[in-house]
Design a protein around this ligand. Structure first.
Ligand code: NAD
Length: 256
């Protein structure tokens, strides 16, 4: 039995992943605001520290994988604190326990949005690990009506952070593959509001064209995450895998 921590386990992609891992016999320690083994708010340092402590307590020192799915969309400051600082703190906080496992793995959930226009100052503050500055910049962006840039900023920062950290002595150097999936549009409670209004849906379809099989069910993204943290993945590191119905290839074209 492998013991796997999954954040965002109460809904959407995290919930689908937790269910499929359990079905296959893994022990899952879910982390979420509620309805999880570990209830913690990942938007602030205290909640992240408590989540790390309680996951380690439950895992009894042997943690085989971590998947950080918890995230927020929308125009609020929380997109930056949860999607970047919450994810990176959980991955870094649990890394020493992973390093003791025989075949440790880790993964996060980025987004097709990471390829879209972002606020470079917010991205920089995130990559500098300066949460107070990132929050101040995010508050200013919301006040100026630029809040829509925060979600892409948080995901762009996460993708950049992950590519750099994945090949560092602490991750690849300790035998821990660290990767991310980048979904297009997934049918979860997060995306549901986008379908409420025809204009919003048209804007979204232009921003995220998905020629292959359209919107994805959360189980599809969960399946890719499952492979990334399985023992089969011995050599993929620092990759952002687009599970997006062809959106990234459509938008960026053939240059890689
Ligand atoms: P969801 O809203 O169904 O699930 C997200 C989960 O994260 C929820 O259970 C929520 O309670 C939890 N969460 C949010 N804030 C938290 C906090 N402060 N502390 C602890 N837990 C918190 O959404 P989803 O679609 O399953 O999203 C999962 C991930 O996928 C997110 O990182 C999201 O950005 C990403 N993503 C989603 C889509 C999509 O179209 N749904 C597309 C690209 C990327």
């Amino acid at each position: 039995t492998r013991t796997i921590a999954v954040t965002g386990s109460a809904s959407g992609i995290g919930r689908a992943l937790a269910a499929s891992l359990r079905e296959r016999g893994d022990e899952v320690i879910g982390v979420d605001l509620q309805d999880a083994e570990v209830c913690a708010d990942l938007s602030a340092p205290e909640g992240r520290a408590r989540a790390v402590r309680e996951v380690l307590d439950r895992a009894g020192g042997a943690l085989d994988a971590v998947v950080a799915c918890a995230g927020l969309s929308g125009v609020a400051v929380g997109t930056v604190t949860v999607n970047f600082f919450g994810v990176t703190a959980i991955l870094e906080g649990l890394r020493p326990a992973l390093a003791r496992a025989e075949r440790p793995r880790a993964a996060a959930v980025a987004s097709i949005s990471a390829t879209q226009p972002a606020d470079p100052e917010v991205v920089r503050a995130c990559l500098d690990g300066d949460e107070p500055r990132a929050v101040a910049l995010a508050e200013r962006a919301v006040e100026r009506g630029q809040g829509r840039l925060l979600y892409p900023s948080s995901k762009s920062a996460l993708a950049r952070w992950l590519r750099a950290r994945a090949v560092s002595p602490e991750w690849a150097g300790c035998g821990i593959p660290l990767n991310a999936v980048a979904p297009g549009v997934v049918l979860t409670p997060m995306s549901a509001p986008l379908f409420e209004d025809e204009t919003m849906r048209e804007v979204m379809d232009r921003a995220v064209p998905m020629p292959l099989n359209g919107y994805a069910e959360p189980e599809v993204v969960a399946g890719a995450l499952r492979w990334l943290v399985s023992p089969d993945n011995s050599h993929m590191a620092g990759q952002i895998v687009f599970v997006d119905g062809g959106a990234e290839a459509t938008l960026r074209g053939p240059d890689v």
